[in-house]
Design a protein. Structure first.
Length: 261
């Protein structure tokens, strides 16, 4: 019924309990999950998960927060993305939330890294998985400068306002909601979820982070994406099975995932 469009099963918090997590996914009717890469050093572990488990898939990219790691080139991302189990480029984007004494001008290296990922997505014709935090204006501007019409993708774990979401959708992107949508102080994000075209909405866990209610503060896992779907069902006034069908079809269409019943 459900697809978790963004999780980190290669992270040590989850990788040590993979059999239990996969069993929990099946019990919660989570049929597929996309394992997101955050460094090139991590990519072999992410890919190994996708190669070993037919319900898991991989991406390749370097998260904007990661420093002191191998810097990606367009050619390397293109080569790694050629693997049939790799669905997308990312997680990529911009994050100005923790500047650690630096200015936005000092983050030019992040903006250049983002451009590298956009160009790789254009060359591979695979979607971008975008992380944006306290940086939405620059994120949208760079997408436009690099030719947003020639790339598609998703703004994952969305926490911005409706104006940003509408601009992203206008550029051809999807919006993915995480467990944050169930938090008491997240009414603004719920307003975005109510307003967006349903054919542009995905759901995710971003596990091991951001567990939805009633698990907030605990370790997140792909099975809990069912709780994100339940929150959307309440907002949309439809059965949770309908949310599952809509978001599953959206995710399969965007990432080229094989259809599931």
């Amino acid at each position: 019924m459900f697809i978790d469009s963004h999780c980190h099963l290669s992270f040590p918090e989850l990788s040590q309990q993979l059999p239990e997590l996969l069993n929990a996914m099946r019990a919660a009717q989570v049929q597929q999950a996309i394992c997101i890469c955050t460094t090139l050093e991590e990519f072999p572990q992410v890919l190994a998960l996708a190669e070993a488990h037919p319900e898991l898939w991989a991406t390749v990219g370097v998260h904007p927060d990661n420093e002191g790691v191998r810097e990606p080139s367009v050619d390397e991302l293109v080569a790694l993305a050629a693997h049939p189990r790799v669905l997308a480029i990312g997680e990529t984007g911009l994050d100005y939330y923790r500047l650690n004494g630096r200015s936005v001008a000092d983050m030019a290296w992040q903006r250049e890294r983002f451009r590298v990922h956009i160009r790789a997505a254009q060359r591979t014709d695979k979607p971008l998985v975008i992380h944006t935090r306290a940086s939405s204006a620059d994120t949208l501007a760079i997408l436009k400068e690099e030719g947003a019409g020639r790339v598609r993708g998703v703004f994952h774990c969305f926490t911005e306002d409706l104006a940003v979401a509408e601009q992203a959708v206008a550029l051809g992107f999807h919006i993915s909601f995480s467990g944050i949508i169930s938090f008491k102080n997240a009414e603004g994000i719920r307003d975005v979820a109510r307003a967006l075209p349903r054919e542009r909405v995905l759901i995710e866990t971003d596990s091991p982070y951001l567990a939805p209610m009633p698990y907030r503060g605990k370790l997140n896992q792909p099975a809990y994406v069912a709780h994100v779907a339940a929150q959307l069902a309440t907002l949309w006034g439809v059965p949770v099975a309908e949310v599952g069908a809509i978001t599953r079809a959206n995710t399969q269409r965007l990432f080229g995932l094989p259809a599931t019943a």
